[in-house]
Design a protein. Structure first.
Length: 92
């Protein structure tokens, strides 16, 4: 699946900014910058990775800037960025 640069989210409190980029390396590579990374960093990365795999993306680079987003918000932002990156409309 072809992937282009795309993002979703904001830098507001309680939100997360997700940027998806094409990658030449195998796998999902996540660069996380979070105000709560010490407590929830691994959980945030797992939610991002699981959501991308459900979408069918397995070779991308992700930059995530988290400001305390809940899992449901993280999933929504990742799905939105994935739709924008691939052009695959999951809501039609």
């Amino acid at each position: 699946m072809e992937v282009k640069n795309a993002n979703a989210g904001t830098l507001e409190s309680g939100d997360i900014m997700i940027q998806i980029k094409p990658s030449t390396e195998e796998g999902i590579h996540i660069d996380l910058n979070s105000t709560v990374a010490y407590q929830f960093g691994e959980q945030i990365k797992q939610v991002i990775e699981d959501t991308l795999k459900e979408f069918g993306l397995t070779q991308v680079a992700v930059e995530a800037i988290d400001k305390g987003a809940l899992d449901c918000t993280i999933k929504a932002r990742v799905k939105t960025a994935a739709v924008r990156a691939t052009g695959k409309d999951i809501w039609a």
